[in-house]
Ligand binder design. Structure first.
Ligand code: CA
Length: 230
């Protein structure tokens, strides 16, 4: 049975979410402010956190940053709950590494579907071996790190996720839409230029090594792939 922590100051939303998740056999624990949420996320070891953005004591962004910055909770999946569309931009812009987000008001059925999707994704990741070498690139999944030769690549969380997705599917071509869905978690339309910008940054960071400089290929008319490196 998966355990979900909901951090939300509005009692009616907490109850709605709790009711719908328990109906689907989830165990639900509740926090009504950011500090309590952070404490329960560490003490209760939930499988997923539903995190409201606007919270008393400590806001959702700070809670998210703190969880993702702590090794013990860095892999804990987070779905942000936001009230307004401009807040979504903030969540994306800050690249806090939240796994998905939902805008209020949301349908309970969609929320349950998203929770299941994010859990599936994170369980699949947990089953991956801890390390992967692709040419001179070395991934350490538990540390969220990539080394190129002896140098650590300084990547943002989304750049890391993007590179990891391409590296664990070597040679496979992904469309921008697929990458947006898999890395950013959008199941609806998003701005695919976000993907191009991240690819550009990744290439720049990988360009210092001649072997990896052109490894991230553009497949004209389709999208991107990471070429198999010997
Ligand atoms: Ca709130």
């Amino acid at each position: 049975m998966s355990k979900v922590l909901i951090v939300e100051d509005e009692a009616n939303i907490r109850q709605l979410v709790k009711y719908n998740l328990e109906k689907e056999s989830f165990q639900v624990i509740e926090a009504e402010d950011g500090l309590q949420g952070l404490r329960l996320a560490k003490a209760e070891k939930p499988d997923l956190v539903l995190l409201d953005l606007m919270l008393p004591q400590m806001d959702g962004l700070e809670v998210c940053r703190s969880l993702k910055g702590n090794q013990a909770t860095a892999a804990l999946p987070i779905i942000m709950l936001t009230a307004k569309s401009e807040e979504i931009d903030k969540v994306i812009g800050l690249e806090l590494g939240a796994d998905d987000y939902m805008t209020k008001p949301f349908s309970p059925r969609e929320l349950v579907a998203r929770v299941k999707a994010v859990l599936r994704r994170s369980q699949k990741e947990a089953a991956l071996p801890g390390e992967l070498s692709v040419g001179r690139l070395r991934f350490n999944f538990s540390r969220y790190e990539v080394h190129m030769g002896n140098a650590k690549l300084e990547l943002t969380p989304k750049e890391y996720e993007l590179l990891k997705m391409l590296a664990t599917n070597l040679g496979k071509v992904f469309t921008r839409e697929q990458l947006l869905e898999k890395v950013w978690g959008y199941e609806y339309f998003g701005d695919t230029r976000t993907v191009d910008v991240h690819v550009r940054h990744l290439r720049a960071k990988m360009s210092t090594d001649p072997e990896t400089a052109d490894a991230l290929e553009t497949i004209r008319g389709f999208g991107y792939r990471l070429r198999d490196l010997e």
